[in-house]
Design a protein around this ligand. Sequence first.
Ligand code: AMP
Length: 284
Amino acid sequence: MNVATTLAEFRELRTQLAGSVGFVPTMGYLHEGHLSLARLARSSCESVVASIFVNPTQFAPTEDLSSYPRNLEQDLELLEKEAVDVVLAPSNNDEFYPPGYDTWVDVGGITQRLEGASRPTHFRGVATIVAKLFNIVRPQRAFFGQKDAQQAIVIQRMIRDLNFDVELVLGPTVREPDGLAMSSRNAYLSKEERPAAKVLHRCLNLVESLYADGERSAETLRQAMLEVLQAESLAQPDYVSVVALDTLEELEMIDGKALVSLAVRFGSTRLIDNTVLPPGQSLF
Ligand code: AMP
């Protein structure tokens, strides 16, 4: 496995990659969720590139950029085991964002809802870094996790609208045995908060079972999630949502596919999770 810490090094390594290139962008501190995407890429592409870059422009000034967990050495060991060919792990942010940087990819309305309502500049940062990475890596396929469903929807829209010649492949959310979606941010949870965080998955399970029993009122499903969250004293809901997949606008009644998602704070840690209705349907 080759590791490039500069774009010049990466460009040289890129010329040596044969056939279809699968790309797994990450912010590092890797877990099974990331590794499942690397495996998916390995099984369907001739060459696999992963990136590790904690992208500053997707964090608001009040967010956890400086404390975001990092462990490059361990990440590289894990990626090597997945037979990744090249890792792009830039050591200098200026290569992406030189002084005076002011060019942005704004995907519009869908970036203002859900996560975007709570984190207004987040998706501008995400779309911009992913567009840059697509230009640098030039992959045929790019692998994203359903864990960040809105992110995948935004990137899919960007691919379409900016005519990127990249196929987005979505991997399922990988969970801990107790149902908590794996996330680098789970490392922030205290001993007391960690068991409380199971409540996100409980909310989604409840929504799925209400839906299976015939419930189609989105408001009833949102209220059901809020009630479960209110019973967990360490959980502070940020939002609960049941939206249409194409517009991400809140639904009244569910009559097609819907995205159910929630964001919940435990102290200073903010976790997200989601599911698609009808259960078992994919986002795209
Ligand atoms: P991140 O490092 O958090 O930016 O995530 C990098 C990629 O891994 C994104 O496409 C995420 O959606 C995906 N990912 C993160 N957590 C999970 C998970 N638990 N299951 C599946 N994919 C995940």
